[in-house]
Design a protein around this ligand. Structure first.
Ligand code: FAD
Length: 283
């Protein structure tokens, strides 16, 4: 179908974008890579009066660093993120999760900011961002605010980004030398996750000294598997430890049932994939 009629604005700075968003009112929609928004418009599940395209704002595409953080502009594409040296060196888990998203075409258009703002529970980047303690820089008429990943994902397709606000950057505390793996289960190669598990481990002399684990599609929002993390820390990375830790994978989850999988099947997958992800991350 053809989308309903809308006005189109392409600002060249974030300030202009916020002003355009404020003046267009609650009916306006931001366009990033369009990989989720355009299908919604074409199906007429949304009919915004104005589309504000962030594609003309170069600063939103930048990936940089300071002493503590890797900073990724919201409009950096999946392709750029997964190939970026800073991301691969300091937040490898984000690169590993990003390379499982869809196919090269979608990864060249879709953006990190768009995927996180969209907040699809089956999306692959939320669990990795949560596990990595991402912080979200959100700009509105009142200025900039910083939201932690734990507060960012609020519900099914709902985030802390308010009306009239734009997600401008996602920053990740540097975790250099960690080992990471994203274990995704889907029906066909380009599909969304039925369930997936994001694992990052700090291993010192064969012992896991820190662990971060996130679950995809085991609830309305990405879930941090703190029980799994606690079961891993202080242990030697190996099959028995991975299996015992995976027994904690369902704590705090509420798996959905849908056309792809029933809740009990997802629960089975979450345990199996957690064990695999831990072993793969540990090498
Ligand atoms: C065939 C196909 C397969 C896919 N498979 C996967 C997959 O396996 N795993 C996965 O994780 N994803 C998958 N995706 C989705 C993909 O990751 C998209 O890139 C992502 O969901 C949306 O990013 P986008 O940049 O295209 O955002 P858009 O579609 O442009 O926007 C999505 C939503 O976020 C809002 N938004 C965007 N940017 C901002 C911002 N900076 N501030 C505030 N609001 C904003 C928009 O208004 C819109 O509501 C798939 C998509 C397609 C088409």
């Amino acid at each position: 179908m053809i989308p309903a009629k809308f006005d189109y604005v392409r600002p060249s700075s974030v300030e202009e974008a916020v002003t355009a968003l404020q003046s267009a009112g609650e009916d306006a929609k931001i366009l990033a890579g369009g990989q989720s928004l355009l299908p919604v418009l074409r199906l007429r599940m949304a009919a915004p009066s104005t589309i504000i395209d962030l594609g003309g704002i170069p600063e939103l595409k930048r990936i940089g660093e300071d002493d503590q953080y890797v900073m990724v502009g919201a409009m950096a594409t999946h392709h750029e993120v997964m190939r970026n040296d800073l991301v691969n060196s300091h937040v490898e888990l984000i690169a590993r999760a990003t390379e499982t998203v869809a196919d090269p075409q979608v990864r060249h258009r879709g953006t990190l900011g768009g995927a996180l703002a969209h907040a699809d529970p089956a999306g692959d980047l939320g669990a990795a961002a949560l596990a990595m303690d991402a912080e979200f820089v959100i700009l509105g008429a009142g200025g900039t605010r910083l939201v932690t990943a734990a507060d960012f994902f609020q519900d099914y397709f709902t985030t802390a980004i308010g009306e009239g606000e734009i997600l401008t950057m996602i920053r990740f505390p540097k975790r250099s030398g960690w080992k990471s793996h994203y274990e995704k289960f889907n029906r066909v190669a380009q599909a969304w996750s039925m369930v997936a598990v994001a694992v990052a481990l700090k291993v010192d002399g064969g012992t896991i000294t820190e662990a971060r684990v996130g679950l995809t599609n085991m609830g309305n929002v990405p879930i941090r598997a703190t029980g799994v993390e606690a079961a891993l820390v202080g242990k030697a990375a190996g099959p028995d430890v991975a299996k015992a830790a995976a027994e904690h994978a369902l704590e705090g989850t509420s798996a959905p049932s849908d056309a792809d999988a029933a809740a009990d099947y997802r629960e089975h997958l979450a345990k199996v994939l957690t064990g695999r992800a831990v072993l793969a991350a540990a090498g």
